[in-house]
Ligand binder design. Structure first.
Ligand SMILES: Cc1cc2nc3c(=O)[nH]c(=O)nc-3n(C[C@H](O)[C@H](O)[C@H](O)COP(=O)(O)OP(=O)(O)OC[C@H]3O[C@@H](n4cnc5c(N)ncnc54)[C@H](O)[C@@H]3O)c2cc1C
Ligand SMILES: NC(=O)c1ccc[n+]([C@@H]2O[C@H](COP(=O)([O-])OP(=O)(O)OC[C@H]3O[C@@H](n4cnc5c(N)ncnc54)[C@H](OP(=O)(O)O)[C@@H]3O)[C@@H](O)[C@H]2O)c1
Ligand SMILES: Cc1cc2nc3c(=O)[nH]c(=O)nc-3n(C[C@H](O)[C@H](O)[C@H](O)COP(=O)(O)O)c2cc1C
Length: 681
């Protein structure tokens, strides 16, 4: 869009400056084009449905900015003779990856699919025109976040589809939803799109797929895919004619460019880390200096880091409850291992270029760069590879048994699925581990770079209050390190990298690329409103910010409502986070703290959930009579669910409500944002 406007704007200016070269009609035409450009940029965008307010735990996409003049997907399909389009709603890349796999696979079935399309970059109002293309199909791979919300890149499309009534008669569709059963609103987006498209007259070609990240998302996808293609062929009356074609989407070029033209880890703009320019966001992170770093655990074999990042001069603002996102760098030892195993000089300059010139995504990551930069900054080298990656690796494996093993795991047979589940997922093998364990597997490093997904930023609940610390954001992060069944020690990418950021005397300060993600996890507007916070382990992070903020208000002599924290950890002497700070708030009459030390009495675990039950009557009074707020932060899988159930029970018991009334009561608290959860798994 910008480019169209710029181009038309320039033409109008040229016409005005050199009037004799143009006739009156030319000028009228050019002015019309310029006017249209202005309309396009300002009015059309402003009439787009506004994204819903972002929820506390949605995440920013980290993809490179769209090119809006490429937005007519129908025109592209017609121009290139394609009949399938796959849209993705993705925040951390999984749905996008699945979309690309479907596009590649369509070719194997003799069909032509457009490169995966981002709804944010496309004229989604064109959806009804799909019926103009013979035997056409639209596939949606849609992830769910937060409270059943769409991903950022799908939110405008979601709002439009929800509120408008386009006639989609003649549009054929299939949906794969991505979600996680540990969240209350499981797969809401997949379900919504599947239902809504049918309501609008579109024809479902196959039952929607339901992917569960808490189980085995890969297997869910494979199982659905096994039903998809036969159904599509059947629907269009086509013969099954599998073709073995190259699945490569990018070709390797070896550029020879001066160092200042090489990306060295920037997320989008070349040299953005040398010349930092606001505004800072997911595509343009701010390099924050680490001003403080200290260990929070006093004993035990784990580590929890308190890190302070300087955001002065960045114009970044935050509120207690927001998230800070960190772009980490992979462990250099793992990066070097790729060079050793595949005998490649990692300092070779590379550029991976999309072979589909219709695609808006020219490179899978910022190019040109070196292999080392790609493996350090842009690629996720530690996750378990998906089955299509194993299939590609098999093509480059010479040993018969090793090749068969890879092919078996990539197949959709029961035996293959079980082997993949055991050998890759349970044994927790990364692609590097596979190269180590199958020594005859020697793919080219550029293929590896194409197969690996993008390294994602990691989110942390900010553990400070901007009222006290406007120039720094604080992080409370537990170091991730665990042994795998193959005897390897796996280390968390971001936390291991953050662990190396301790300021050293006489050394320049470390820098961390960050951006702030606004959330809806907020203190009540009135300080007198009572709050109940439940945050075991690192779940206490945002509550440190909340307590800091309320203490400041109290110290100013203003009235502050009950401020109650339920905190849990293993042992008081080991992992009681911010004990001294919380003590101070207790001494000053602000905080009431309930602590559960789970491993101090070997015979019985005590959790925050037990303490909540004990305080049931008080909690009911606070929420029913005093309009109090409840906050939960930390583990989504068990803790947050248990807390939710206990709060429902408390309402039932002390409010004398039936089970359904108690559920409805808590739902209402959620809608009023008086019950908020900031949880992850
Ligand atoms: C909204 C939000 C807020 C968050 N706030 C915080 C916070 O305040 N503090 C905090 O510490 N974290 C927080 N997290 C988690 C944080 O974003 C990272 O996920 C975490 O720090 C690990 O990142 P990493 O790169 O070190 O690990 P990664 O390299 O990403 O590894 C993590 C992965 O390792 C695997 N894994 C982990 N443990 C094991 C195990 N024992 N066995 C086998 N596999 C395992 C899992 O697949 C897991 O997804 C938050 C997450 C979200 C989404
Ligand atoms: N994605 C990631 O890589 C990642 C990274 C960091 C944290 N997390 C999640 O965040 C959570 C917090 O991590 P952490 O290391 O800070 O916490 P933690 O130390 O593992 O746990 C804090 C306390 O909560 C207790 N607990 C366990 N299950 C509970 C439940 N159902 N209800 C209430 N309390 C419970 C623990 O007891 P016991 O341990 O004695 O049972 C411990 O005393 C973790 O559970 C994890 O799921 C995920
Ligand atoms: C912070 C967070 C919130 C999530 N919320 C939900 C949810 O409400 N419902 C759901 O079904 N899945 C939820 N998920 C799971 C994601 O939908 C799932 O991991 C999906 O594979 C992500 O796809 P993506 O990588 O394309 O963004 C959540 C995941 C995270 C990390």
């Amino acid at each position: 869009m910008d480019e169209v406007a710029a181009a038309t704007g320039d033409a109008a200016a040229m016409a005005a400056a050199s009037a004799p070269m143009f006739g009156v009609l030319d000028i009228v035409l050019l002015a019309g084009m310029a006017g249209f450009g202005i309309y396009w940029v300002y009015f059309r965008n402003s009439s787009k449905p506004q994204s819903p307010p972002t929820k506390g735990y949605t995440m920013q996409p980290t993809l490179v900015a769209p090119k809006a003049n490429d937005s007519s997907f129908i025109a592209k399909m017609k121009a290139s003779g394609k009949n399938i389009v796959v849209f993705y709603g993705s925040q951390t890349g999984t749905a996008e990856e699945f979309a690309l796999r479907l596009v590649k696979e369509a070719a194997r079935y003799g069909m032509k699919a457009l490169y995966p399309a981002d709804p944010e970059e496309c004229e989604m109002e064109e959806l009804s025109k799909l019926s103009e293309i013979n035997n056409s199909l639209v596939i949606f791979c849609m992830a769910t976040y937060g409270e059943g919300d769409p991903t950022d890149n799908a939110s405008a499309f979601y709002e439009w589809l929800k509120s408008e009534e386009p006639d989609l008669t003649g549009v054929n569709y299939a949906v794969f939803g991505l979600g996680n059963k540990t969240y209350e609103h499981f797969n809401s987006m997949g379900k919504f799109f599947d239902k809504r498209l049918e309501e609008l007259g579109a024809t479902r070609v196959v039952e929607a797929g339901v992917g569960d990240d808490d189980g085995n998302m890969e297997e869910d996808f494979l199982t659905w895919k096994d039903t998809l293609w036969p159904a599509v062929l059947d629907f269009f009356g086509l013969e099954m004619n599998l073709q073995e074609i190259s699945m490569r989407q990018y070709r390797l070029e070896i550029p020879d460019v001066p160092s200042e033209k090489l990306f060295t880890g920037e997320i989008a703009r070349l040299r953005s880390y040398q010349t930092q320019r606001p505004p800072f966001d997911a595509k343009n992170p701010f390099l924050a200096q680490v001003t403080a770093w200290r260990e929070l655990h006093k004993g035990g074999d784990r580590s929890c880091m308190h890190i302070e990042l300087d955001i002065s001069n960045s114009k970044l603002r935050y509120d207690a409850g927001d998230h800070v996102a960190v772009y980490p760098v992979n462990d250099p030892a793992l990066v070097n291992r790729f060079g050793e195993l595949l005998s490649v000089d990692l300092d070779t300059q590379i550029s991976l270029v999309n072979i589909d010139d219709q695609s808006t995504k020219k490179h899978p990551f910022p190019c040109p760069c070196t292999y080392r930069t790609a493996l350090s900054h842009y690629l996720d080298i530690t996750s378990n590879p998906r089955t299509h990656v194993l299939k590609e690796l098999a093509e480059h494996t010479t040993n018969f048994e090793e090749k068969q093993k890879l092919l078996m795991m990539a197949s959709s047979s029961l035996e293959g699925k079980e082997l993949y589940q055991q050998w890759v997922l349970q044994d927790n093998r990364s692609l590097l581990h596979i190269l180590e364990d199958l020594p005859s597997c020697k793919p080219s490093l550029d293929l590896v770079c194409e197969l690996l997904t993008r390294l994602q930023s990691r989110y942390y609940s900010i553990s400070s209050s901007s009222k006290l610390h406007p120039e720094t954001v604080h992080i409370t992060a537990v170091l991730l390190k665990y042994a795998t069944p193959t005897g390897r020690i796996n280390k968390g990418v971001a936390t291991t990298w953050l662990a190396s950021k301790k300021p050293q005397p006489d050394q320049p300060p470390h820098q961390v690329p960050v951006f702030i993600r606004k959330s809806q996890f907020r203190l009540p507007a009135r300080h007198q409103t009572p709050i109940i916070m439940v945050g075991p382990g690192t779940g206490v992070a945002p509550f440190r910010g909340f307590v800091q903020e309320r203490l400041k208000v109290k110290r100013e002599g203003k009235p502050v409502g009950d401020t109650v924290l339920f905190f849990g950890c293993r042992k008081k002497t080991e992992d009681f986070l911010y004990e001294e700070e919380f003590d101070e708030s207790i001494q000053e009459g602000l905080l009431t703290l309930h602590t559960a030390f789970s491993r101090e009495q070997p015979e019985k675990k005590v959790y925050v959930t037990h303490l909540l039950k004990e305080q049931g009557e008080y909690i009911w009074r606070i929420i029913s009579e005093e309009s109090g707020h409840i906050y939960v932060c930390g583990d989504a899988r068990n803790m947050a669910r248990d807390v939710h159930d206990i709060i429902v029970d408390i309402c039932s018991k002390f409010g004398k409500l039936s089970s359904s009334e108690a559920h409805a009561f808590v739902k209402k608290l959620e809608t009023q944002r008086r019950y908020s959860a900031d949880v992850w798994s």
